[in-house]
Design a protein around this ligand. Structure first.
Ligand code: MLT
Length: 408
C-alpha cells in the first residue's frame, strides 16, 4: 500500500495565492462585466528590459548552431553570470563575495523552500509573523512542526512583527537554530537598518545559529543608509545565507532566475558538534537535484548588469515605486495606517477587521484584488497587502475606486 507523507496533511488546504486566484476567478465568473484590478500577488507587469531580450535572441541563435550549441550547463550557474553578480552586486559595493560563493537558480521561492533540507529534523526554527508562507510550509512538509492550532503550527517560533515593534521582530527569548529574515519585508514592506541587522548577526554568532536572509526586494531600497545585503554586516559571512532574485528586479517572474549566496566560511554542525561546510553541502544537494537554469535565461540575467540593462531595470523599479507612492498616499488620505511602499513594492494596510472580509469587500465593492494579511500568519489578521506591480493607469483607477468607496 502506498502511504502518504503525513506531514503534508498538516498543511492548510491550499497555498495562499492559489486560494486568492480561485476566489477571484469565482467572482469574475459571477461578475463578468467587472474590470478587476490585480494588486494581490506580487507579479510584475512591465515587459522584460530590452537588454535582456536582445541577449536572449543572441543566445537562442547560439543554440541553433552546432559550433555554439550548449547542452547541460554547470549546476551552480555559468561563470559569466556568477562573475557579473559577484562584481556588480557585491564587490563594487565593497562586499567580499566571490563568484564561487554564488549559486544561480530558478527562483528564490524554490531556494528558500528547499534550503531547510540541509538541517536536522530537531532544530528550532523561527519565522517572522507575518511571513512569506514558503518558509513555514516547507518546514511543515519536512515534519519540523506539530499541528496547526489557533493560527499557528506547534513547534515553530513566530517572531511577531507588528505595529508595536515597527514591524521589526524582537530577538527570541529562547535559543533558535534557524532564523528566517526577509528585508525589505514581504508582506509588510518594512525595512531594517544596519544596526538592527547587526543584532541578529550577533545573536546567530553567539548561538551558532544560521540566518536565511531573503533579499528578493533589495533593488527597491531607496534609502541609502539601509543595507542591501546581510553581508554588509560584520560577522554575517559566518552565519548567513542570502537569497536574491531577478523576478521583481528585472521582471523575471515568468522567465525564472535567482541566486543564493553561501559564503565559504559559513558552517553548520553535526551531532558531535563538528563543523560542516554549508557551501559544500548545498553544492552536493544541487548537483543531485538540480540541472541549472537554461543558458538563454542566464544570458538574459547577465544583460541586467550591462550599462543599458542597469538603466532599464532602474526605470522599471522607479515605475513600480511611483505606483507604491500613489497607493501609500491615497491610503493615508483615506485615514488608514500603513507601512511599506517606500523601499518596497508592498503596502501593508491596517483594515481593523477580518482580513478575508476586507479582501471580499474590496473585491466586491471596488473590483480590487488585495492579499489578506491573515494569509501571512496570525499577526497579519486585521491587515491587507496591496502590491504596486501593475500599470500606473490601473493603480490610478484602483485608487479612484477606493476614494469613491470610502468617501461616499
Ligand atoms: C508575493 O506576492 O508575495 C510574491 O509574489 C510571492 C512570490 O514571490 O513567490
Amino acid at each position: 500500500m502506498i502511504k502518504v507523507n503525513e506531514n503534508f496533511l498538516r498543511l492548510k488546504s491550499s497555498y495562499l495565492f492559489s486560494e486568492i486566484a480561485k476566489r477571484v476567478q469565482e467572482f469574475q465568473t459571477q461578475n463578468p462585466k467587472v474590470e478587476i484590478i490585480r494588486l494581490g500577488i506580487g507579479d510584475v507587469t512591465l515587459p522584460l528590459p530590452k537588454a535582456c531580450i536582445q541577449a536572449m535572441h543572441k543566445a537562442i541563435d547560439e543554440l541553433g548552431q552546432a559550433s555554439t550549441f550548449k547542452g547541460y550547463g554547470p549546476e551552480q550557474g555559468y561563470s559569466f553570470l556568477r562573475e557579473a553578480i559577484a562584481k556588480h552586486d557585491y564587490q563594487q559595493k565593497n562586499i567580499d563575495i566571490s563568484p564561487e560563493e554564488i549559486f544561480v537558480s530558478d527562483g528564490s521561492k524554490c531556494d528558500t523552500g528547499n534550503f531547510q533540507e540541509l538541517f536536522s529534523q530537531d532544530i528550532k526554527v523561527a519565522v517572522p509573523d507575518p511571513v512569506y508562507p514558503v518558509y513555514v510550509d516547507s518546514n511543515v512538509m519536512a515534519g519540523r512542526t506539530g499541528e496547526f492550532k489557533d493560527g499557528e503550527y506547534q513547534g515553530l517560533v513566530y517572531l511577531r512583527s507588528t505595529k508595536h515593534n515597527n514591524y521589526l521582530p524582537d530577538l527570541p527569548s529562547q535559543k533558535i537554530d534557524l532564523i528566517y529574515l526577509c528585508f525589505p519585508n514581504n508582506p509588510t514592506g518594512a525595512s531594517i537598518t544596519k544596526e538592527q541587522l547587526q543584532v541578529w548577526v550577533d545573536y546567530a554568532l553567539e548561538h551558532k545559529a544560521l540566518i536565511l536572509f531573503d533579499a528578493a526586494y533589495e533593488a527597491f531600497i531607496q534609502d541609502s543608509t539601509l543595507p542591501h545585503s546581510i553581508f554588509e554586516i560584520p560577522g554575517a559571512k559566518q552565519v548567513a545565507v542570502e537569497f536574491r532574485s531577478f523576478s521583481k528586479t528585472a521582471g523575471f517572474t515568468g522567465t525564472r532566475c535567482a541566486f543564493t549566496v553561501i559564503p565559504k566560511e559559513c558552517f553548520i554542525y553535526n551531532s558531535q558538534g563538528e563543523k560542516i561546510n554549508l557551501h559544500k553541502l548545498w553544492l552536493r544537494r544541487q548537483t543531485t537535484k538540480f540541472n541549472g537554469v537554461s543558458y538563454v535565461v542566464q544570458r538574459a540575467a547577465q544583460a541586467v548588469y550591462s550599462e543599458e540593462g542597469q538603466q532599464q531595470v532602474k526605470n522599471n523599479i522607479a515605475y513600480y515605486l511611483n505606483n507604491a507612492q500613489l497607493i501609500r498616499k491615497t491610503i493615508q488620505e483615506l485615514g488608514f495606517h500603513c507601512v511599506g511602499g517606500e523601499n518596497s513594492p508592498y503596502i501593508w494596510i491596517e483594515c481593523k477587521q477580518d482580513s478575508w472580509d476586507f479582501f471580499n469587500f474590496l473585491l466586491h465593492k471596488a473590483g480590487i484584488v488585495s492579499t489578506p494579511g491573515s494569509g501571512f500568519g496570525k499577526s497579519g489578521e486585521g491587515y491587507i497587502r496591496l502590491s504596486a506591480f501593475n500599470s500606473l493607469e490601473n493603480v490610478t483607477l484602483a485608487m479612484q475606486r477606493l476614494k469613491e468607496v470610502f468617501n461616499s
